[in-house]
Design a protein around this ligand. Structure first.
Ligand SMILES: Cc1cc2nc3c(=O)[nH]c(=O)nc-3n(C[C@H](O)[C@H](O)[C@H](O)COP(=O)(O)OP(=O)(O)OC[C@H]3O[C@@H](n4cnc5c(N)ncnc54)[C@H](O)[C@@H]3O)c2cc1C
Ligand code: SF4
Length: 818
C-alpha cells in the first residue's frame, strides 16, 4: 500500500520537490496531495518582475499548469489554505473544510512580504509584491497614474521599480539603509549601482524611514520620520520577507526565524515532518533565493523516494547571477572580509557602472561581487564553487580569472552536477541529458530543461553545452527566421497567410496562425505589419500597441510626453512658431528643443494635456514616437544656396507630405541635399536624395549615423523629383513587406543585399514593381492624422475606479503574516 505524502505550499520549493520525487519513481511509493493557497498551478515567482514590466504574459510563467497535476496523479487543493495541522491524528485541515491524512508531511509555505509599522497602509494604492495576484493588482492600479514609490531598495524593491518604470511611471525608491541592496552589496557597489539606476531615470532616496502613507482614502504620498514628504499615487512595499511559520508553531514544531530542520530536512520534533524552501531554517540560516531550495528539494526527494535514504543537506553555497533592473550582478559567499588575514581585490569604474571585488581567504575565493560585468561571472562562480586556488599575483586576480577561467575552466570539463541555470536549478548533467535525448536546437533545449528561461544570463553556457553535446547535429532554431517570435512563420509566408485568410487584427492572427496562443512581445510587430497590409481596414486593438502608439506621443523618463508637430521639410512659418510658443507656455512645457531632424520638440507635456496641445497647435502629428516614416531633413538647396544644383527643400516637403505616418518595421529617417556637399547628411539616412549636376538625383538607401555609422548604397540615379518619389516609395514598400520587425534599413540592406534590392526595386526583376507602387499608394491614401482622430475614452484618462477591497485584502494578508 502507498504511503501518503502531503505537501503544504505549491510554490517553487513544494512543486519542485514533487517533481523530483516523481522523477525518482516516487509516484509508485506515494499518494501525493498538495495544498496551495494560490488558486493556480505552480509558476516561476522570479519572473513576476517581468510580468510587472510587461515583458512576460502571466500565463507564460507557469511551470506546472493545473493539467500537469492531473496528468501526474497529484491531488492539488488549489486555492485552499491549510488552517491547521493535527500532528497527533496526522491530519491536515484546509480552510474550506477539506481534511487529508498523512504519513509524511512537508511544509513548503515560503515567506510573506514584511510590512514595517507605519500609518496608512490600509489606503487604496498600497501593495506588496509577492504573488501573481499582487502583480495583477499593481498593474491595474498603474493605469492612469503617474508616480509610484517603492519602499525598500533590496532586490525585490528594485525589480518592482523596474516593472513600474517600464509601465511609464515615474518611480521613487525609498530605502532605510545608506546604500541599495545592502544584503548582497558592499557600500561601494551599492553606490555605483545607485548612480547607474539614477542615470536610468530612477529616483533614489536613502536613509529614509517612512512613518506614514498619506492620502484621504487613496494614496497621495509618504511622510518620513525626518519630517520630509514625497508625493506619489501608489506605494509598493518591499521591505523584506518573513518565513511563514505560524502554522508550524501552532502544530507544536520548533520554530526560530524559520521552521527548524536538521541535515535530514526533518523537524527535530517529528521524523515524518519536513520543511524546505523559505519557510525552513537549517543550521541557523534561512534563505531568500531559489538556489538553496533546489538543493533541498533534491536531497529530500532522494530520501523520501528511498533512492538514497541517507542523503543529507549541509547548507547551500550561495553564488547567484541576477539582473537588477537590467544591470548584471553576480554575488557569491561573503560580502565583506571578516578579518585582517582576508585579502580584498577590488576594481571600480563608476562611470561605466562596473565594480568587482573578490575576497580571498587561505588562497581561495570566499566571496565576490561582480556588478555590470557579466563576462567575468561564469569563471568566478566556478572558481568559487570548486574552491580553485587563486594565482599568486593578486593585482591581476580579477582579470586573470576573467580571461583565464574562461580558458582553463571550460564548461565541458566541469562536473555534471554544476548548476548552470540558477533561476530554474538546471545542472550541466540535466542539459547534456536532454541533448542526448534528442534536443538539437537552443529553443527546444531551453523549453525542455527550463535552463535559460529565467533571467537568461546562462543562455550562452547552455548553447556551449548544446554545441558540445550535439556537435554537427545542432540545428538552428527555426524561430530566428520568424517575423515575430510568437507566430511560427517567416515574413513572406506570414504576409501570404494574412492576405489569404483576410486577418485584420492581431488577435485574429494569433487565433488562426499561432493556435490561439497570444505572445505580448509579438503584438506591436504584428500591429505594424497589419497596418502596412490593410491600411484603413486594419482593426486596431489597444493592447497590441506600445504606450507611445496609444497616445501618439513619446513617453519620457519622468512619465511626461514629448510632442513634435510635423514641419514639412523643416520649413515653418511665423504663425506656426507662434502656435508652438503659445502651447509651450500654456501647457507648461519643460523644454522646447530643436531636434536632430530639424523639428521642434515640446518636452514635459502631461499625458492628460496631449489632446488639447494638438488642438491648440493645429498642426499634424510629426510621428516622432512610432515605427514609421519620421522626417525628411533638408538643406537650403538651389533656391538660396549658391552651390545648390537641386531644389532640396521643395523635394523634402513633397517627400514628407507623401509619406507622413507610413508604418514600417522600424523608424525611417530621410534627407535631401541640394548638392554633393551634402549638408543635410543625406548619404547616412535610411533614404537620402542628393542632387548632382545635370538635374539628376542620386538615391541612397541603408545609411546610418547613430550607434552605427554606415554610408548608404546608391539605389539609382534619376532625372526628376517625381522619380525620386517613385523609387523612394517602392523601396519603402519592399522594405515594409520584407524587413523583420525592428530591423532598420541598414540591416535589411545588408541581409538582403543591395544587388537584389536594386534588381527588384529598379529593374523590376520579380515583376512586382507595379504591385509595390499600388500598395504604397493605398497606404498613402489611407493615412489619417492620429492627432485629428477622436481620442479613445480611456486613452488619456487619469482616474480609475479604486481597487479598494482587493488592495485592503492584500495588504492585510501581508501585515497579518501567514
Ligand atoms: C518578485 C520576486 C522576484 C524574485 N527574484 C528572484 C531572483 O531573481 N533570484 C532568486 O534566486 N530568487 C528570487 N526571488 C525569490 C524566490 O522566488 C523565492 O526564494 C522562492 O519562490 C521561494 O520558494 P518557496 O517555495 O519557499 O516559497 P514560495 O514560492 O513563496 O511558495 C510558497 C507557497 O506556499 C503557499 N502557502 C503559504 N502558506 C500556505 C498555507 N497555509 N496553505 C497553503 N498554501 C500556503 C504560498 O501562497 C505560496 O504559493 C524572487 C521573489 C519574488 C517575489
Ligand atoms: S548641400 Fe549643397 S546645396 Fe545644400 S546647403 Fe549644402 S552646399 Fe548648399
Amino acid at each position: 500500500m502507498k504511503r501518503k505524502l502531503v505537501v503544504i505550499g505549491n510554490g517553487m520549493a513544494g512543486a519542485r520537490l514533487v517533481e523530483e520525487i516523481l522523477l525518482r519513481g516516487g509516484g509508485e511509493r506515494f499518494e501525493i496531495v498538495m495544498f496551495g493557497d494560490e488558486p493556480y498551478g505552480n509558476y516561476n515567482r522570479i519572473l513576476l518582475s517581468n510580468v510587472l514590466a510587461g515583458a512576460h504574459d502571466p500565463k507564460d510563467i507557469f511551470i506546472n499548469p493545473l493539467r500537469w497535476y492531473e496528468d501526474n496523479h497529484v491531488k492539488l487543493h488549489a486555492g485552499v489554505r491549510v488552517a491547521s495541522v493535527d500532528r497527533a491524528a496526522r491530519l491536515v485541515h484546509g480552510d474550506n473544510g477539506v481534511v487529508e491524512s498523512y504519513d509524511d508531511l512537508v511544509f513548503a509555505m515560503g515567506s510573506s512580504a514584511f510590512v514595517p509599522r507605519m500609518d496608512g497602509i490600509e489606503k487604496n494604492g498600497v501593495f506588496v509584491f509577492r504573488t501573481l495576484d499582487d502583480c495583477d493588482s499593481i498593474i491595474k492600479y498603474t493605469e492612469g497614474r503617474k508616480t509610484a514609490a517603492v519602499i525598500g531598495g533590496g532586490l525585490l524593491g528594485l525589480e518592482a521599480a523596474r516593472g513600474l518604470m517600464e509601465r511609464g511611471m515615474k518611480v521613487h525608491v525609498v530605502h532605510l539603509m545608506n546604500h541599495l541592496m545592502e544584503v548582497q552589496l558592499d557600500r561601494m557597489a551599492g553606490s555605483i549601482l545607485r548612480s547607474t539606476l539614477v542615470r536610468m531615470g530612477l529616483q533614489v532616496h536613502l536613509e529614509k524611514a517612512t512613518c506614514e502613507i498619506t492620502g484621504n482614502g487613496s494614496v497621495t504620498g509618504l511622510r518620513f520620520k525626518d519630517g520630509g514628504t514625497l508625493d506619489c499615487d501608489m506605494v509598493v512595499i518591499s521591505a523584506g520577507i518573513r518565513p511563514n511559520t505560524q502554522l508550524a508553531k501552532e502544530a507544536g514544531l520548533t520554530v526560530a526565524r524559520g521552521i527548524v530542520v536538521g541535515d535530514d530536512l526533518a523537524t527535530p520534533d517529528d521524523p515524518n515532518v519536513f520543511a524546505i524552501g523559505e519557510c525552513s531554517e537549517h543550521d541557523g540560516k534561512t534563505y531568500g533565493l531559489v538556489a538553496p531550495l533546489w538543493d533541498q528539494a533534491r536531497v529530500l526527494a532522494e530520501r523520501l523516494s528511498a533512492r538514497r535514504p541517507q542523503a543529507t543537506y549541509h547548507g547551500s553555497k550561495i553564488a547567484t547571477k541576477l539582473k537588477v533592473m537590467g544591470v548584471d550582478l553576480a554575488v557569491m559567499g561573503d560580502r565583506e572580509s571578516s578579518g585582517p588575514d582576508d585579502e580584498e581585490v577590488t576594481y571600480a569604474e563608476a562611470k561605466r557602472g562596473v565594480y568587482k571585488k573578490v575576497i580571498v581567504r587561505d588562497g581561495r575565493i570566499v566571496g565576490a561581487i561582480l556588478l555590470g560585468d557579466p563576462a567575468a561571472a561564469p569563471g568566478l562562480v566556478q572558481a568559487f564553487d570548486r574552491g580553485v586556488e587563486v594565482p599568486d599575483n593578486r593585482a591581476e586576480l580579477l582579470f586573470q580569472l576573467d580571461a583565464g577561467a574562461a580558458n582553463t575552466t571550460r564548461i565541458e570539463d566541469l562536473p555534471d552536477d554544476t548548476q548552470i541555470c540558477n533561476c530554474n536549478g538546471v545542472s550541466k548533467g540535466d542539459i547534456l541529458d536532454a541533448v542526448k535525448k534528442g534536443c538539437r536546437s537552443l529553443k527546444v533545449l531551453c523549453d525542455t530543461t527550463r535552463a535559460g528561461m529565467g533571467c537568461g544570463t546562462c543562455k550562452k553556457q547552455v548553447e556551449t553545452l548544446l554545441e558540445f553535446g550535439a556537435g554537427d547535429s545542432k540545428v538552428e532554431d527555426p524561430s530566428v527566421h520568424y517575423y515575430v517570435p510568437g507566430v511560427p512563420l517567416p515574413k513572406p509566408d506570414l504576409v501570404e497567410e494574412i492576405r489569404a485568410r483576410g486577418l485584420k487584427s492581431v488577435s485574429a492572427v494569433f487565433r488562426e496562425l499561432a493556435d490561439g496562443k497570444e505572445d505580448p512581445g509579438s503584438k506591436p510587430g504584428l500591429a505594424s505589419l497589419l497596418k502596412t497590409l490593410w491600411g484603413k481596414d486594419y482593426v486596431d486593438e489597444r493592447d497590441a500597441r506600445f504606450i507611445n502608439d496609444r497616445v501618439h506621443a513619446n513617453i519620457q523618463r519622468d512619465a511626461t510626453f514629448s510632442v513634435i508637430p510635423r514641419i514639412y521639410g523643416g520649413v515653418t512659418t511665423a504663425d506656426q512658431l507662434r502656435a508652438i510658443a503659445d502651447a509651450a507656455d500654456k501647457y507648461d512645457a519643460k523644454m522646447v528643443k530643436i531636434t536632430g531632424g530639424q523639428r521642434i520638440d515640446l518636452l514635459g507635456i502631461k499625458k492628460e494635456d496631449l489632446p488639447n496641445v494638438w488642438r491648440d497647435l493645429g498642426m499634424p502629428s510629426g510621428h516622432a514616437y512610432s515605427k514609421a516614416f519620421r522626417t525628411c531633413k533638408t538643406c537650403v538647396g538651389s533656391e538660396f544656396c549658391r552651390y545648390g544644383v537641386g531644389h532640396s527643400t521643395e523635394l523634402g516637403i513633397k517627400i514628407e507630405e507623401r509619406f507622413q505616418g507610413i508604418e514600417s518595421p522600424h523608424k525611417m529617417k530621410l534627407a535631401t541635399a541640394g548638392c554633393p556637399r551634402n549638408c543635410s547628411e543625406a548619404t547616412t539616412k535610411d533614404i537620402g536624395a542628393v542632387a548632382i549636376e545635370g538635374g539628376l538625383w542620386e538615391i541612397y538607401v541603408g545609411g546610418a549615423a547613430g550607434s552605427r555609422v554606415r554610408k548608404g548604397d546608391i539605389l539609382c540615379t534619376v532625372g526628376s523629383q517625381e522619380e525620386v518619389l517613385l523609387y523612394t516609395g517602392r523601396f519603402m514598400q519592399y522594405y515594409r513587406e520584407n524587413g523583420k520587425y525592428l530591423e532598420r534599413t541598414y540591416d535589411f540592406i545588408e541581409r538582403v543585399g543591395i544587388d537584389k534590392v536594386r534588381a527588384v526595386v529598379v529593374d523590376d526583376a520579380e515583376g512586382i514593381a507595379e504591385r509595390l507602387d499600388a500598395a504604397m499608394q493605398a497606404s498613402v491614401d489611407a493615412y489619417v492624422d492620429p492627432w485629428k482622430e477622436t481620442p479613445h475614452e480611456t486613452q488619456f484618462s487619469e482616474s480609475l475606479e479604486p481597487q479598494g477591497q482587493l488592495v485592503q485584502l492584500r495588504t492585510a494578508r501581508a501585515v497579518g503574516e501567514r
